[in-house]
Ligand binder design. Structure first.
Ligand SMILES: O=C(O)CCC(=O)C(=O)O
Length: 311
């Protein structure tokens, strides 16, 4: 049984909503810092204003419905609808990414309060490396709306891990019914990047949704969040999300930030080669044949505070 976020204080000595609302935005209390170090995540309630979230929601619909050009934005589709027609674009597109330069979405990664918090983890020079808006559709009954347990570092050819942090903001009320984020507290302290593979799910797995096996015995916690609440988490902390059992869409906006002092690594011959090959194959299909995995990450990135470094 997953542990409900509302009951977390007994298990993890943490109360959702414990962020010091009166403190200057971005100032982590000692308790918050210790909580992050111990568990690998920290929820800050009501960090992103509702009007910014609403603007991003409208922009998402405008992009997927073709009312505005998608530019360099990548759209991902839900596997359960492959080859089927008659569905709205909102039902088909389960994720858009690579929107660092989009005029509306980029207000999220440039939001000063968000960056004040990010700075605690990355230091003053901050790169936005990976931007996503995840639109979890009502599950078709095939459980393809699940996101397998994984570590985000699997996807990244840059280090050190401790200078990378994810920010993931709920765009509406999110709980166990509509597929909240599920965290495996403390797994970042194992300091291990696990082997990731496509899970053997009967009805298919969405593209690039690689997962780690053997997590079932470990304690996990559901993060129940309200619109604007933001969770920061370590790239080695195992996490994922369950199916959306409701009839509505579940949206979240997210960015992985890294210190400009991070550097690229060569992932050839490591457990990350499979994802590097997959990403490079997609870029090659788009005619960009000469790009390395590192070039692709460089193209997606944007300096959002301070100075740009080697990334
Ligand atoms: O939003 C979700 O359901 C999970 C997203 C996630 O874990 C990821 O994209 O790495």
């Amino acid at each position: 049984m997953p542990i409900e976020a509302n009951n977390m204080e007994t298990e993890f000595k943490y109360t959702p909503g414990c962020a010091t609302k009166s403190a200057k935005a971005g100032t982590l209390s000692r308790k918050q810092r210790e909580f992050y170090e111990k568990n690998g995540f920290l929820v800050i309630p009501k960090l992103i204003p509702e009007d910014l979230i609403d603007a991003c929601h409208r922009q998402f619909l405008d992009v997927i419905d073709g009312r505005i050009p998608k530019g360099g934005i990548t759209m991902m589709k839900d596997i359960s609808l492959r080859g089927k027609s008659g569905y709205t674009n909102e039902r088909v597109v389960n994720k858009i990414q690579d929107w660092v330069w989009d005029e509306v979405f980029s207000k999220y990664i440039l939001h000063p309060h968000l960056l004040d918090y990010v700075e605690n983890f990355t230091g003053p020079n901050i790169m936005a490396m990976h931007t996503m808006l995840i639109n979890k559709p009502p599950d078709s009954g095939k459980l393809t709306s699940r996101h397998p347990w994984h570590q985000d570092l699997h996807y990244f050819p840059f280090r050190p891990a401790d200078q990378i942090v994810a920010a993931w903001t709920a765009m509406e009320h999110i709980d166990g019914n509509n597929g909240c984020l599920v965290a495996f507290p403390g797994t970042h302290r194992e300091e291990t990047l696990y082997q990731h593979e496509y899970p053997e799910w009967e009805d298919g797995v969405n593209k690039m949704y690689h997962g780690v096996r053997g997590m079932d015995h470990k304690p996990k916690v559901e993060l129940h969040m309200e619109k604007g609440d933001t969770v920061f988490f370590h790239p080695l902390m195992v996490h994922g999300s369950g199916p959306n059992k409701t009839a509505n869409f579940r949206k979240a906006i997210s960015c992985h930030f890294a210190s400009s002092d991070c550097h690229y690594i060569d992932v050839r011959g490591t457990s990350q080669q499979s994802i590097a090959d997959e990403v490079q194959a997609i870029t090659q299909k788009r005619g960009l044949t000469d790009l390395t995995f590192q070039d692709i990450w460089h193209m997606r990135s944007r300096c959002v505070r301070g100075l740009q470094g080697k990334l």
